[in-house]
Design a protein around this ligand. Structure first.
Ligand code: ADP
Ligand code: MG
Length: 379
């Protein structure tokens, strides 16, 4: 290389150094910028991370709260179901009258609870009805058995009884003028006792052979009026006043008037027997809720509750010479008429016997039914 080029080379080196410094500076500046950018980026990322973490925590808390709320709500909604389930189990164990679930709220579950309660009530009513029917059946079977035995015994002793009575009477007549003054009186006593036995056996027979009632349309007012005219003398002579209170426009019933008369007569005789020192008997009729009622009230001593529960049992009597069949027969008659005979009493005030009979169907309705049956029969 020639020396002519030296200055140019020095100059070039100088320029190169300047350029290098500039480049150096630029690179530094650039590095600074990059560093700054990186710092900003990192900060941004850190901020975002922080935000995200907060959001995640917030969302988790929210989810937890929603979960808790849902659990609470479903628990609240399902609580009646638990009650219903428990009630259904109790129902299944067979105690419908003690089952009742709360019917709060206005939703489907409340409706279900309402329906459930209604069902439990219907079941309870049905159960009571069945129990009553069962008891009535047992009673009527027992009555039927007693009836058969009574009929047999009565049959065996009725004829001998009447000949004993006749013979004793005859003997009494012969002894009357004889030396033995007490002999005729003894015969009279025999006749009285034998006659009483005959009456008792008659009652047994009537009870044992109670025929199926022959139902016809009947006016109970008329039957009561007739009967009271018949018993008034015997009550009056026992110091008992007799009052009748008959409802106007009493609907007719389907009844065997002879049997109903027997039933009422038993009630009135019991009232008379309960009031040895006199008193009052009131016989009334009324119409209520589709049924016809006859009531026999007395002002006698009343019946204590533990005895009231047994008075309809056959052979239950508190009288020295009672048969205990009067009320059993009366109730049998009521039931044969699809009716009911009940008693209520307050000791010291008196007793009320109530006979309920269904009213007879409307004459026109009965005719229509009969016509329909006729058409169905003949086609
Ligand atoms: P009996 O008259 O033969 O005793 P019942 O069946 O007619 O049989 O009556 C049963 C019992 O019911 C009677 O013995 C009596 O104790 C009671 N009783 C019935 N009616 C009355 C009444 N009106 N007042 C008080 N007790 C009564
Ligand atoms: Mg009686």
């Amino acid at each position: 290389m020639s020396l002519d080029h030296l200055p140019a080379a020095v100059d070039l080196i100088a320029r190169l150094r300047t350029a290098e410094r500039r480049v150096d500076h630029e690179i530094k500046t650039l590095l600074n910028v990059i560093q700054e950018q990186m710092n900003i980026g990192v900060e941004e990322a850190e901020r975002k991370e922080r935000d995200t973490r907060i959001a995640v925590i917030g969302l988790s808390l929210l989810a937890l709260a929603v979960g808790l709320l849902l659990t609470w709500l479903s628990n609240r909604a399902l609580r009646p179901i638990a009650g219903l389930t428990e009630a259904a189990q109790r129902l299944g164990r067979g105690a419908p009258d003690v089952v009742a679930v709360p019917e709060g709220g206005g939703d489907e579950l409340a409706l279900l609870a309402h329906e459930f309660n209604a069902m439990a009530q219907r079941l309870a009513a049905r159960e009571r009805e069945l129990r009553a029917q069962g008891e009535a059946l047992v009673r009527s079977e027992r009555l039927a058995a007693i009836g058969r035995i009574a009929a047999q015994i009565t049959h065996e002793i009725r004829n001998p009884l009447s000949s004993i009575s006749l013979n004793a009477e005859e003997l009494g007549e012969r002894l009357r003028g004889s030396q033995e003054p007490g002999a005729a009186a003894l015969c009279d006593a025999i006749v009285r006792e034998v006659d009483r036995l005959a009456v008792v056996t008659e009652e047994y027979l009537r009870y044992a052979r109670l025929p199926k009632p022959q139902l016809v349309r009947a006016d109970l007012n008329e039957a009561v009026r007739d009967l009271l005219d018949f018993v008034r003398p015997e009550l009056t002579s026992a110091g008992i006043s007799l009052e009748q209170r008959l409802a106007q426009d009493l609907p007719e019933v389907l009844a065997d008037v002879g049997q109903i008369r027997q039933l009422l007569l038993n009630l009135i005789r019991n009232a008379r027997e309960a009031m040895a020192g006199g008193g009052a008997v009131l016989v009334g009729t009324r119409f209520a809720e589709g049924d016809v009622f006859v009531e026999v009230r007395d002002s006698g001593p009343g019946i204590p509750p533990e005895r009231l529960a047994r008075i309809f049992d056959p052979f239950f009597t508190t009288k020295e010479r009672g048969t205990g069949l009067g009320l059993a027969l009366a109730q049998e008659i009521a039931q044969e008429h699809s009716g009911q005979l009940t008693a209520s009493s307050i000791v010291g005030q008196g007793t009320i016997f109530t006979l309920r009979l269904p009213r007879a169907p409307e004459e026109r309705a009965a005719l229509v039914t009969a016509a329909a049956a006729e058409i169905a029969r003949t086609g």
